[in-house]
Ligand binder design. Structure first.
Ligand code: PFF
Length: 450
């Protein structure tokens, strides 16, 4: 393996980095919100089944393309094709994924900036600076620009250091920190009045609603966003995995961690909603529907923290620090997709490429900040509802239909002996050929129809 490209130095390092990409605002904010507004435990059950049965096979497709190609997403996809038209198709899908990752980063950085400012707000409050505290907690152009820029600079600083000293080193530190904060918060929330009602809503399913088509489609969409599929990110992370590693179990670990953190975040947020409700904050309507999906994190939770008195200042700080860390380990993966392509395609130095791409993404982010009411929602819809499912579907087509089966088997066999006798190989190629493309097409159609 070329030393110039970089490689994850350890199994643990890869798992932390890929799980770091997967675990983000989608898990801690998106998943609990979706669960609360889609019928609680029934959504959880559907999510678990779909994440393991469909999102995991699709994640494996992207990882195996990358590990085989040992290069950026465009070159890796090209390597599994033979004909000229397929090469063009590979460029469209790989480059499309890179653009998609860049665009997701441009709105993700804005939300992450809100998380950073919400982390600092309790600190300003504690030192008695009311003007700063108000500025940090209210939407304003100056605050949004400053914190979006700060978040992009943090991301750039990590990515410019490369794979082992940047992505791997920081993911290994940040992911355990995130888990510790999450568990400390859960223990606190579960000791509060009202928490048990929340736990019941989260864990005791009403099986009658489980086959509701909207619930299923939302659960599948959430699982694909959460595993960072359809963005070239898992292709590029796959390309940094050593040929000695067992790809099948690595992918399974990443899926397990991602699902586990979403599940655990639900254990925090859903009981927290019920605790806030018990304290008089209006969260559910009389029919039990969630009143405010978008404002959950910025109104419901801060109200809950306020109700805790002095402890709330600390809890609020810990919660938003947790969100910022989760966002950072995801954003570094989004930046790596375009950076790795630019470094390899234009023979630029990594540091130069990182600042260049970081600068471009900052420009797009600022444009969104200046036109928040019109562009923010549009970019989210274009990337997460249209581009991600479509590009994820294309990756399944590459593996299921275009890649020669013998060569695919050979790639998986490295680090995974006797592949042909394993259950994985008996099922997965069929999944990737038929079931995954069909299921993704369903999500896609539903999202454009609605
Ligand atoms: N998986 C991340 C989350 O759940 O927040 C979001 C994400 C990361 C989406 C990387 C796309 C991506 F390329």
């Amino acid at each position: 393996m070329s030393a110039i490209r970089g490689e994850f130095s350890s199994r643990f390092g890869f798992i932390m980095a890929a799980a770091g990409s997967a675990v983000g605002l989608g898990n801690i904010w998106g998943f609990p919100t979706q669960t609360a507004s889609n019928g609680g435990a029934a959504f959880l059950v559907a999510y678990l089944v779909l994440a393991f049965c469909l999102a995991y096979p699709a994640l494996m497709a992207e990882l195996v393309i990358g590990r085989h190609g040992q290069a950026n997403a465009v070159s890796s996809l090209r390597k599994v094709t033979k004909h000229h038209w397929q090469h063009k198709f590979a460029f469209m899908v790989g480059f499309g994924g890179i653009i998609c990752a860049g665009l997701i980063l441009s709105f993700y950085a804005i939300v992450a900036g809100w998380m950073l400012s919400a982390t600092l707000e309790p600190v300003a409050h504690l030192v008695g600076s009311d003007t700063t505290s108000n500025w940090l907690s209210e939407q304003s152009l100056s605050r949004n620009i400053l914190f979006t820029a700060a978040f992009i600079i943090l991301t750039v600083a990590i990515i410019s250091k490369g794979v082992e000293n940047g992505i791997e080193k920081w993911s290994k530190r940040l992911m355990p920190a995130l888990l510790s904060i999450l568990f400390a918060l859960i223990i606190y929330v579960l000791t509060q009045d009202g928490a048990m009602a929340g736990l019941k809503a989260y864990l005791v399913p009403d099986f009658s609603s489980i086959l509701n088509p909207e619930l299923l489609v939302n659960a599948l969409g959430q699982a694909f966003f959460s595993l960072s599929l359809g963005t070239s990110v898992m292709i590029i992370y796959g390309s940094y995995i050593s040929k000695k590693e067992n790809l099948v179990s690595l992918g399974a670990y990443v899926t397990l961690i991602d699902v586990f953190i979403a599940f655990v975040a639900g254990l925090l947020i859903i009981p927290a909603m019920y605790v806030a409700q018990a304290q008089g904050v209006e969260i559910f309507s009389a029919e039990g529907k969630l009143l405010s999906e978008d404002t959950l994190v910025f109104q419901v939770l801060p109200a809950l923290f306020d109700g805790m008195g002095q402890v709330g200042i600390f809890v609020g700080f810990a919660f938003f620090a947790l969100m910022s860390i989760a966002a950072l380990t995801s954003s570094i993966s989004m930046l790596e997709a375009p950076v790795s392509y630019t470094v390899e395609r234009f023979a630029l130095k990594r540091v130069q490429a990182t600042w260049l791409i970081g600068g471009l993404i900052a420009l797009v982010s600022f444009t969104i900040v200046f036109n928040l009411s019109s562009l923010f929602g549009l970019v989210i819809t274009l990337t997460t509802k249209i581009a991600q499912p479509l590009l994820g579907l294309m990756c399944c087509i590459f593996v299921g239909w275009l890649w020669h089966r013998g060569s695919l088997l050979k790639e998986i066999q490295q680090g995974y002996p006797e592949t042909e006798q394993r259950l994985f190989w008996k099922i997965w190629p069929w999944y990737i050929k038929f079931i995954c493309p069909l299921a993704i097409a369903l999500v896609f159609l539903n999202s454009i129809l609605s």
